[in-house]
Design a binder for this molecule. Sequence first.
Ligand SMILES: [Zn+2]
Length: 70
Amino acid sequence: MSNRYKVRAYCSSRECDYVHKDDVIQAINFETAYGLALYYNDIPTKPSCPKCGESMAFYSHSIIDEPWLP
Ligand SMILES: [Zn+2]
């Protein structure tokens, strides 16, 4: 069982549900993923949403791999 921590990019507009399908980066732990998301959000030249043109926002998230059997 291993947990994975990732940063993903979402559209920052409330009216748009665009999510970049690839992970921006994979991190070794939650603190790193969280710090990287904050860092990316601070970059003035953020990528813009291909759907609506709003700037993208970065979020960290973790994937917990549940064991198939208890
Ligand atoms: Zn958008």
